[in-house]
Design a protein around this ligand. Structure first.
Ligand code: NAD
Ligand code: DAU
Length: 350
Protein backbone atom coordinates (compact mmCIF):
# COMPACT_ATOMS: atom_id res chain seq x y z
CA UNK A 1 0.00 0.00 0.00
CA UNK A 2 1.52 3.37 -0.96
CA UNK A 3 1.57 5.87 1.87
CA UNK A 4 0.01 9.32 1.77
CA UNK A 5 2.75 11.85 2.64
CA UNK A 6 1.43 14.62 4.87
CA UNK A 7 3.47 17.68 5.78
CA UNK A 8 2.49 19.01 9.19
CA UNK A 9 3.97 22.37 10.15
CA UNK A 10 4.32 23.33 13.81
CA UNK A 11 3.97 19.72 14.92
CA UNK A 12 6.22 20.17 17.97
CA UNK A 13 3.79 22.66 19.51
CA UNK A 14 0.74 22.08 21.69
CA UNK A 15 -1.97 21.24 19.13
CA UNK A 16 0.38 19.94 16.43
CA UNK A 17 1.89 17.31 18.74
CA UNK A 18 -1.57 16.05 19.76
CA UNK A 19 -2.54 15.88 16.09
CA UNK A 20 0.61 13.88 15.25
CA UNK A 21 0.07 11.49 18.18
CA UNK A 22 -3.39 10.74 16.75
CA UNK A 23 -2.53 10.75 13.03
CA UNK A 24 0.55 8.52 13.34
CA UNK A 25 -1.66 5.56 14.35
CA UNK A 26 -2.83 5.42 10.72
CA UNK A 27 -0.13 3.38 8.99
CA UNK A 28 -1.31 4.53 5.55
CA UNK A 29 0.01 8.03 6.38
CA UNK A 30 3.62 9.19 6.51
CA UNK A 31 3.90 12.35 8.63
CA UNK A 32 6.68 14.84 7.94
CA UNK A 33 6.81 17.36 10.78
CA UNK A 34 8.44 20.68 9.85
CA UNK A 35 9.07 22.81 12.92
CA UNK A 36 11.49 25.63 13.65
CA UNK A 37 11.56 24.69 17.35
CA UNK A 38 10.95 28.19 18.65
CA UNK A 39 10.41 28.54 22.41
CA UNK A 40 6.97 26.93 21.83
CA UNK A 41 8.24 23.86 19.97
CA UNK A 42 9.37 20.96 22.11
CA UNK A 43 10.41 17.55 20.84
CA UNK A 44 9.71 16.09 24.29
CA UNK A 45 6.05 16.41 23.24
CA UNK A 46 6.70 13.82 20.51
CA UNK A 47 8.75 11.24 22.41
CA UNK A 48 6.01 8.64 21.94
CA UNK A 49 6.20 8.87 18.12
CA UNK A 50 9.83 9.71 17.39
CA UNK A 51 10.79 6.11 16.56
CA UNK A 52 7.74 5.30 14.42
CA UNK A 53 8.58 4.30 10.85
CA UNK A 54 5.87 6.58 9.44
CA UNK A 55 7.21 9.70 11.20
CA UNK A 56 9.96 12.09 10.06
CA UNK A 57 11.09 15.28 11.78
CA UNK A 58 12.63 18.20 9.86
CA UNK A 59 13.90 21.23 11.75
CA UNK A 60 13.34 24.42 9.79
CA UNK A 61 11.44 27.60 9.10
CA UNK A 62 8.26 27.83 7.01
CA UNK A 63 9.73 31.07 5.60
CA UNK A 64 12.67 29.14 4.08
CA UNK A 65 11.60 28.66 0.44
CA UNK A 66 14.52 26.43 -0.52
CA UNK A 67 13.90 24.08 2.38
CA UNK A 68 10.20 23.90 1.51
CA UNK A 69 10.93 22.90 -2.09
CA UNK A 70 13.43 20.30 -0.86
CA UNK A 71 10.87 18.77 1.54
CA UNK A 72 8.02 18.69 -0.99
CA UNK A 73 10.27 16.95 -3.52
CA UNK A 74 12.06 14.57 -1.15
CA UNK A 75 8.89 13.30 0.54
CA UNK A 76 6.47 13.70 -2.40
CA UNK A 77 4.04 15.63 -0.22
CA UNK A 78 0.38 15.38 -1.21
CA UNK A 79 -1.27 17.11 1.77
CA UNK A 80 -0.31 19.93 4.11
CA UNK A 81 -1.77 20.63 7.54
CA UNK A 82 -0.43 24.04 8.47
CA UNK A 83 -0.28 24.81 12.18
CA UNK A 84 3.09 26.59 12.52
CA UNK A 85 2.53 30.03 13.92
CA UNK A 86 3.41 32.45 16.64
CA UNK A 87 0.38 31.84 18.82
CA UNK A 88 0.46 34.00 21.95
CA UNK A 89 -1.49 37.29 21.88
CA UNK A 90 0.63 38.98 24.56
CA UNK A 91 3.83 38.29 22.61
CA UNK A 92 2.19 39.76 19.48
CA UNK A 93 1.63 43.00 21.38
CA UNK A 94 5.33 43.30 22.21
CA UNK A 95 6.71 41.95 18.89
CA UNK A 96 4.14 42.39 16.08
CA UNK A 97 6.62 42.03 13.19
CA UNK A 98 7.57 38.51 14.22
CA UNK A 99 3.89 37.58 13.91
CA UNK A 100 3.60 39.13 10.46
CA UNK A 101 6.73 37.29 9.37
CA UNK A 102 5.78 33.83 10.62
CA UNK A 103 2.00 33.87 10.31
CA UNK A 104 1.56 35.90 7.14
CA UNK A 105 4.80 35.57 5.15
CA UNK A 106 5.33 32.00 6.36
CA UNK A 107 1.87 30.98 5.17
CA UNK A 108 2.48 32.73 1.83
CA UNK A 109 5.77 30.82 1.39
CA UNK A 110 4.12 27.51 2.18
CA UNK A 111 1.18 28.15 -0.18
CA UNK A 112 3.57 29.12 -2.94
CA UNK A 113 5.81 26.09 -2.44
CA UNK A 114 2.82 23.70 -2.51
CA UNK A 115 1.39 25.41 -5.60
CA UNK A 116 4.72 25.22 -7.44
CA UNK A 117 5.33 21.60 -6.48
CA UNK A 118 1.80 20.38 -7.31
CA UNK A 119 1.95 22.46 -10.50
CA UNK A 120 -1.76 22.41 -11.33
CA UNK A 121 -2.18 18.68 -10.63
CA UNK A 122 -4.52 19.05 -7.68
CA UNK A 123 -6.10 15.60 -7.66
CA UNK A 124 -5.95 14.17 -4.11
CA UNK A 125 -4.03 17.23 -2.95
CA UNK A 126 -4.99 19.42 0.00
CA UNK A 127 -3.70 22.49 1.80
CA UNK A 128 -5.41 22.56 5.21
CA UNK A 129 -4.92 25.80 7.13
CA UNK A 130 -5.47 25.78 10.91
CA UNK A 131 -6.81 29.10 12.11
CA UNK A 132 -8.45 30.73 15.08
CA UNK A 133 -11.79 32.22 16.12
CA UNK A 134 -9.94 35.45 16.99
CA UNK A 135 -10.09 36.53 13.33
CA UNK A 136 -13.79 37.35 13.88
CA UNK A 137 -13.00 39.96 16.53
CA UNK A 138 -14.81 40.37 19.82
CA UNK A 139 -18.43 39.60 20.76
CA UNK A 140 -20.58 41.54 23.20
CA UNK A 141 -21.84 39.77 26.32
CA UNK A 142 -24.89 37.69 25.39
CA UNK A 143 -25.78 34.80 23.15
CA UNK A 144 -24.38 35.82 19.76
CA UNK A 145 -21.93 33.29 18.26
CA UNK A 146 -19.26 33.44 15.54
CA UNK A 147 -20.43 31.62 12.40
CA UNK A 148 -18.44 30.92 9.23
CA UNK A 149 -20.03 34.00 7.64
CA UNK A 150 -19.22 36.43 10.48
CA UNK A 151 -17.18 39.32 9.02
CA UNK A 152 -13.51 39.38 9.88
CA UNK A 153 -12.59 42.01 12.49
CA UNK A 154 -9.21 41.08 14.01
CA UNK A 155 -8.06 43.37 16.79
CA UNK A 156 -4.60 42.18 17.92
CA UNK A 157 -1.40 41.78 15.87
CA UNK A 158 -1.78 38.01 16.39
CA UNK A 159 -5.36 37.82 15.12
CA UNK A 160 -4.64 40.28 12.30
CA UNK A 161 -1.73 38.12 11.11
CA UNK A 162 -3.92 34.99 11.27
CA UNK A 163 -6.74 36.81 9.43
CA UNK A 164 -4.26 37.84 6.74
CA UNK A 165 -3.10 34.24 6.39
CA UNK A 166 -6.74 33.05 6.03
CA UNK A 167 -7.27 35.65 3.27
CA UNK A 168 -4.18 34.42 1.42
CA UNK A 169 -5.38 30.82 1.60
CA UNK A 170 -8.79 31.81 0.18
CA UNK A 171 -7.10 33.98 -2.46
CA UNK A 172 -5.15 30.92 -3.68
CA UNK A 173 -8.40 28.95 -3.88
CA UNK A 174 -10.20 31.61 -5.92
CA UNK A 175 -7.27 32.63 -8.11
CA UNK A 176 -5.62 29.30 -8.88
CA UNK A 177 -8.36 26.78 -8.02
CA UNK A 178 -5.82 25.61 -5.43
CA UNK A 179 -7.28 22.92 -3.10
CA UNK A 180 -7.74 24.45 0.36
CA UNK A 181 -9.80 24.03 3.48
CA UNK A 182 -9.71 26.19 6.64
CA UNK A 183 -10.88 25.64 10.19
CA UNK A 184 -11.21 28.32 12.86
CA UNK A 185 -11.13 27.02 16.42
CA UNK A 186 -11.79 28.45 19.86
CA UNK A 187 -9.41 28.29 22.86
CA UNK A 188 -7.81 24.89 23.41
CA UNK A 189 -6.66 23.43 26.71
CA UNK A 190 -4.97 20.14 27.58
CA UNK A 191 -1.61 18.42 28.12
CA UNK A 192 1.61 19.91 26.67
CA UNK A 193 0.33 23.51 26.45
CA UNK A 194 3.11 26.03 27.08
CA UNK A 195 2.63 27.58 30.54
CA UNK A 196 2.32 31.15 29.23
CA UNK A 197 -1.34 30.48 28.35
CA UNK A 198 -3.97 31.03 31.05
CA UNK A 199 -4.81 27.44 32.07
CA UNK A 200 -1.31 25.90 32.30
CA UNK A 201 0.01 29.16 33.77
CA UNK A 202 -2.50 28.92 36.62
CA UNK A 203 -1.90 25.18 37.16
CA UNK A 204 1.86 25.78 37.31
CA UNK A 205 1.50 28.76 39.65
CA UNK A 206 -0.85 26.91 41.98
CA UNK A 207 1.64 24.04 42.25
CA UNK A 208 4.38 26.56 43.03
CA UNK A 209 2.14 28.74 45.28
CA UNK A 210 2.74 31.77 43.05
CA UNK A 211 0.21 34.58 42.23
CA UNK A 212 -2.53 33.85 39.65
CA UNK A 213 -2.60 36.95 37.39
CA UNK A 214 -6.08 37.86 36.09
CA UNK A 215 -6.17 40.64 33.52
CA UNK A 216 -8.57 43.50 34.33
CA UNK A 217 -11.56 42.24 36.30
CA UNK A 218 -11.57 38.72 34.83
CA UNK A 219 -14.92 39.19 33.07
CA UNK A 220 -13.61 38.31 29.57
CA UNK A 221 -15.12 35.15 28.15
CA UNK A 222 -13.50 32.34 26.18
CA UNK A 223 -15.02 29.13 24.70
CA UNK A 224 -12.76 26.24 25.82
CA UNK A 225 -12.23 22.99 23.88
CA UNK A 226 -10.12 19.97 24.95
CA UNK A 227 -7.18 19.61 22.56
CA UNK A 228 -7.95 15.92 21.92
CA UNK A 229 -11.33 16.97 20.53
CA UNK A 230 -9.71 19.67 18.36
CA UNK A 231 -7.28 17.15 16.86
CA UNK A 232 -10.20 14.81 16.14
CA UNK A 233 -12.02 17.69 14.45
CA UNK A 234 -8.91 18.36 12.32
CA UNK A 235 -8.81 14.71 11.22
CA UNK A 236 -12.52 14.91 10.39
CA UNK A 237 -12.00 17.98 8.20
CA UNK A 238 -8.91 16.36 6.63
CA UNK A 239 -10.95 13.33 5.61
CA UNK A 240 -14.36 14.84 4.84
CA UNK A 241 -13.98 18.62 4.45
CA UNK A 242 -15.09 20.17 1.17
CA UNK A 243 -12.60 22.18 -0.86
CA UNK A 244 -12.89 25.94 -0.44
CA UNK A 245 -14.96 25.58 2.74
CA UNK A 246 -14.40 26.92 6.25
CA UNK A 247 -15.40 25.02 9.39
CA UNK A 248 -15.74 26.62 12.82
CA UNK A 249 -14.71 24.38 15.72
CA UNK A 250 -15.68 25.10 19.33
CA UNK A 251 -16.62 23.61 22.64
CA UNK A 252 -19.98 25.30 23.40
CA UNK A 253 -18.24 25.88 26.71
CA UNK A 254 -18.05 29.55 27.71
CA UNK A 255 -16.30 30.64 30.88
CA UNK A 256 -15.34 34.04 32.24
CA UNK A 257 -11.64 34.02 33.12
CA UNK A 258 -12.37 34.58 36.81
CA UNK A 259 -14.88 31.71 37.04
CA UNK A 260 -12.52 29.43 35.13
CA UNK A 261 -9.57 30.16 37.41
CA UNK A 262 -11.78 29.67 40.48
CA UNK A 263 -12.80 26.21 39.24
CA UNK A 264 -9.15 25.28 38.62
CA UNK A 265 -8.30 26.50 42.14
CA UNK A 266 -11.05 24.35 43.67
CA UNK A 267 -10.05 21.18 41.79
CA UNK A 268 -6.37 21.69 42.57
CA UNK A 269 -6.99 22.23 46.30
CA UNK A 270 -8.76 18.85 46.30
CA UNK A 271 -6.10 17.06 44.24
CA UNK A 272 -3.21 18.57 46.23
CA UNK A 273 -5.03 17.93 49.52
CA UNK A 274 -4.72 21.58 50.51
CA UNK A 275 -7.33 23.46 52.61
CA UNK A 276 -10.54 24.52 50.81
CA UNK A 277 -10.05 28.04 49.37
CA UNK A 278 -6.24 27.92 49.59
CA UNK A 279 -5.37 28.47 45.89
CA UNK A 280 -8.03 31.15 45.37
CA UNK A 281 -6.21 33.40 47.83
CA UNK A 282 -3.47 33.74 45.19
CA UNK A 283 -5.77 35.32 42.58
CA UNK A 284 -4.27 38.70 41.74
CA UNK A 285 -5.94 41.26 39.48
CA UNK A 286 -3.33 42.84 37.20
CA UNK A 287 -3.24 45.47 34.42
CA UNK A 288 -5.50 44.47 31.53
CA UNK A 289 -4.15 43.23 28.18
CA UNK A 290 -4.06 46.09 25.61
CA UNK A 291 -7.10 45.84 23.31
CA UNK A 292 -8.34 42.79 25.26
CA UNK A 293 -11.16 41.07 23.30
CA UNK A 294 -14.22 40.72 25.52
CA UNK A 295 -15.82 37.48 24.37
CA UNK A 296 -15.29 34.65 21.89
CA UNK A 297 -17.91 31.96 21.27
CA UNK A 298 -18.24 29.57 18.35
CA UNK A 299 -21.25 28.21 16.50
CA UNK A 300 -19.96 24.75 15.51
CA UNK A 301 -23.20 23.54 13.91
CA UNK A 302 -21.74 23.39 10.38
CA UNK A 303 -19.03 20.85 11.21
CA UNK A 304 -21.54 18.91 13.32
CA UNK A 305 -24.28 18.79 10.68
CA UNK A 306 -22.11 18.40 7.57
CA UNK A 307 -19.15 16.33 8.82
CA UNK A 308 -20.54 14.67 11.96
CA UNK A 309 -18.00 16.05 14.47
CA UNK A 310 -18.87 17.22 17.97
CA UNK A 311 -16.73 17.37 21.12
CA UNK A 312 -16.59 14.16 23.16
CA UNK A 313 -15.12 15.55 26.38
CA UNK A 314 -17.23 17.36 28.96
CA UNK A 315 -15.27 20.26 30.45
CA UNK A 316 -15.21 18.68 33.94
CA UNK A 317 -13.48 15.59 32.54
CA UNK A 318 -11.09 17.47 30.23
CA UNK A 319 -9.92 19.91 32.89
CA UNK A 320 -9.46 17.13 35.45
CA UNK A 321 -7.37 15.10 32.96
CA UNK A 322 -5.37 18.23 32.12
CA UNK A 323 -4.60 19.04 35.76
CA UNK A 324 -3.63 15.40 36.41
CA UNK A 325 -1.29 15.49 33.42
CA UNK A 326 0.52 18.60 34.68
CA UNK A 327 0.72 17.18 38.21
CA UNK A 328 2.23 13.96 36.83
CA UNK A 329 4.59 15.75 34.43
CA UNK A 330 6.27 18.33 36.60
CA UNK A 331 9.64 17.60 35.00
CA UNK A 332 8.16 18.66 31.64
CA UNK A 333 6.81 21.80 33.33
CA UNK A 334 10.10 22.71 34.96
CA UNK A 335 12.02 21.96 31.74
CA UNK A 336 9.86 24.34 29.71
CA UNK A 337 9.88 26.94 32.47
CA UNK A 338 13.69 26.86 32.75
CA UNK A 339 14.45 26.47 29.03
CA UNK A 340 16.17 23.10 29.60
CA UNK A 341 13.99 21.46 26.94
CA UNK A 342 15.88 23.41 24.28
CA UNK A 343 19.23 21.88 25.19
CA UNK A 344 17.57 18.43 24.83
CA UNK A 345 17.24 18.78 21.06
CA UNK A 346 19.90 21.40 20.32
CA UNK A 347 22.50 18.62 20.63
CA UNK A 348 20.67 16.75 17.85
CA UNK A 349 19.43 19.49 15.51
CA UNK A 350 21.57 22.54 16.27
P1 NAD B 1 2.17 26.63 19.74
O1 NAD B 1 2.68 28.00 19.97
O2 NAD B 1 2.09 25.68 20.90
O3 NAD B 1 3.05 25.89 18.62
C1 NAD B 1 3.46 26.53 17.45
C2 NAD B 1 4.52 25.65 16.79
O4 NAD B 1 4.93 26.30 15.58
C3 NAD B 1 5.78 25.47 17.65
O5 NAD B 1 6.16 24.11 17.63
C4 NAD B 1 6.81 26.34 16.94
O6 NAD B 1 8.14 25.88 17.11
C5 NAD B 1 6.36 26.27 15.51
N1 NAD B 1 6.79 27.42 14.70
C6 NAD B 1 6.70 28.73 15.03
N2 NAD B 1 7.24 29.49 14.05
C7 NAD B 1 7.66 28.63 13.07
C8 NAD B 1 8.27 28.81 11.82
N3 NAD B 1 8.59 30.03 11.35
N4 NAD B 1 8.56 27.72 11.07
C9 NAD B 1 8.27 26.47 11.52
N5 NAD B 1 7.69 26.25 12.73
C10 NAD B 1 7.38 27.32 13.49
O7 NAD B 1 0.78 26.81 19.03
P2 NAD B 1 -0.59 25.98 19.21
O8 NAD B 1 -1.31 26.53 20.37
O9 NAD B 1 -0.29 24.55 19.12
O10 NAD B 1 -1.36 26.47 17.89
C11 NAD B 1 -1.16 25.79 16.65
C12 NAD B 1 -1.99 26.48 15.58
O11 NAD B 1 -3.37 26.47 15.95
C13 NAD B 1 -1.62 27.95 15.36
O12 NAD B 1 -1.71 28.21 13.97
C14 NAD B 1 -2.70 28.71 16.12
O13 NAD B 1 -2.93 29.97 15.53
C15 NAD B 1 -3.89 27.80 15.94
N6 NAD B 1 -4.89 27.85 17.03
C16 NAD B 1 -4.50 27.72 18.34
C17 NAD B 1 -5.49 27.72 19.33
C18 NAD B 1 -5.14 27.56 20.79
O14 NAD B 1 -6.00 27.71 21.65
N7 NAD B 1 -3.90 27.24 21.15
C19 NAD B 1 -6.84 27.86 18.99
C20 NAD B 1 -7.18 28.00 17.63
C21 NAD B 1 -6.19 27.98 16.66
O1 DAU C 1 -9.34 31.77 20.70
C1 DAU C 1 -8.30 31.01 20.20
C2 DAU C 1 -6.98 31.57 20.70
O2 DAU C 1 -6.88 31.23 22.09
C3 DAU C 1 -5.78 31.03 19.94
O3 DAU C 1 -5.87 31.45 18.61
C4 DAU C 1 -4.47 31.54 20.57
O4 DAU C 1 -3.37 30.97 19.91
C5 DAU C 1 -4.46 31.14 22.03
O5 DAU C 1 -3.30 31.68 22.65
C6 DAU C 1 -5.71 31.64 22.74
O6 DAU C 1 -5.69 33.09 22.87
P1 DAU C 1 -6.15 33.82 24.21
O7 DAU C 1 -5.50 35.15 24.26
O8 DAU C 1 -7.61 33.75 24.39
O9 DAU C 1 -5.47 32.82 25.31
P2 DAU C 1 -4.68 33.09 26.67
O10 DAU C 1 -4.52 31.79 27.36
O11 DAU C 1 -3.47 33.94 26.47
O12 DAU C 1 -5.72 33.97 27.51
C7 DAU C 1 -7.01 33.48 27.82
C8 DAU C 1 -7.76 34.58 28.56
O13 DAU C 1 -7.14 34.77 29.84
C9 DAU C 1 -7.70 35.92 27.87
O14 DAU C 1 -8.93 36.62 28.09
C10 DAU C 1 -6.56 36.67 28.59
C11 DAU C 1 -6.64 36.11 29.99
N1 DAU C 1 -5.37 36.01 30.74
C12 DAU C 1 -4.32 35.43 30.10
C13 DAU C 1 -3.10 35.30 30.76
C14 DAU C 1 -1.92 34.67 30.05
C15 DAU C 1 -5.28 36.46 32.04
O15 DAU C 1 -6.27 36.97 32.62
N2 DAU C 1 -4.09 36.33 32.69
C16 DAU C 1 -2.98 35.78 32.09
O16 DAU C 1 -1.90 35.71 32.74
Amino acid sequence: MSKENILITGGAGFIGSELIRQLIKDQSKHVVNLDKLTYAGNLENLKSVEDKSNYTFAKGDICNNELLIELFEKYEITKVIHLAAESHVDRSISDPLLFVKTNLLGTASLLNAAKNYWDGNYENKLFYHISTDEVYGSLKMGKELFTESTSYDPRSPYSASKAGSDHLVRAFYHTYNFPVVISNCSNNYGPYQFPEKLIPLCINNIIKRKPLPIYGEGENIRDWLFVVDHAKAILTVLNKGQLGETYNIGGLNEWSNLDLVRVICKIMDEKLKRPVGDAEKSITFVKDRAGHDLRYAIDASKIKNELGWSPKYQFEEGISLTIDWYLNNQTWLSNVSSGDYQSYYKKQYG
